[in-house]
Design a protein around this ligand. Structure first.
Ligand code: HEC
Length: 164
């Protein structure tokens, strides 16, 4: 199970394309909700999202979205540190719906089994709109090239969900 969790965000970073693809399909099959769409160009949403980020996410993911030190190495507890949300991290490799799901249900529920994560689920703490806002804020900080690649990732995820 721990391995499945690591797949959640470390694979594309190391370029293991085949396995990464399998993990995507596994996730998409269970959870795709193509109606979730981030709005990083909506100034009001981004401002609201920044406030949510500072209150709920910055303590782990860092005030500048840089994550925790040595985020690819497991902690003594066996859990993963909080990864950065800037372009050096892995967040932008996930389509909108998956980012939403990870935040709403928490990594442990998304990965399933006995997988453990230090990140809580935000269902019950944040509304769906607040989750979309905080993720929109995160996306708004990415450089244009990364945002374009993320748009492509969304498009591919949409195509996959339409094929089902
Ligand atoms: C208590 C620490 C903590 C807080 C607070 C926290 N996170 Fe996390 N987050 C983590 C950890 C640790 C991970 C690594 C995933 C894992 O445990 O497998 C993570 C992973 C993620 C991921 C997946 C990133 C990837 O590259 O796959 C997203 C998205 C995310 N967090 C969003 C948020 C948002 C949005 C908030 C605020 C609403 C937040 N997190 C608050 C600890 C935290």
């Amino acid at each position: 199970m721990a391995r499945r969790g690591a797949i959640i965000w470390s694979l594309a970073a190391v370029g293991t394309v085949m396995l990464g693809g399998a993990a995507w399909l596994w996730w998409a099959a269970e959870n795709a909700d193509a109606t979730i769409r981030l709005t990083p160009d909506d100034a009001q949403t981004v401002a609201a999202g920044e406030a949510v980020y500072k209150e709920y996410c910055a303590q782990c993911h860092g005030p500048n979205l840089k994550g925790q030190a040595d985020w690819r190495e497991r902690l003594p507890s066996g859990r993963l540190p909080a990864p950065p949300h800037d372009r050096t991290g892995h967040t932008w490799h996930h389509p909108d719906a998956q980012l939403f799901d990870l935040t709403k249900r928490g990594p442990a529920a998304v990965v399933g089994g006995d997988y453990e994560s230090d990140m809580p689920a935000y269902a019950g703490t944040l509304t769906d709109d607040e989750i979309v806002a905080v993720l929109s804020y995160i996306k708004s900080t990415w450089p244009p090239a990364v945002r374009r690649r993320h748009d492509d990732i969304n498009q591919r995820a949409d195509q996959r969900s339409m094929q089902r």
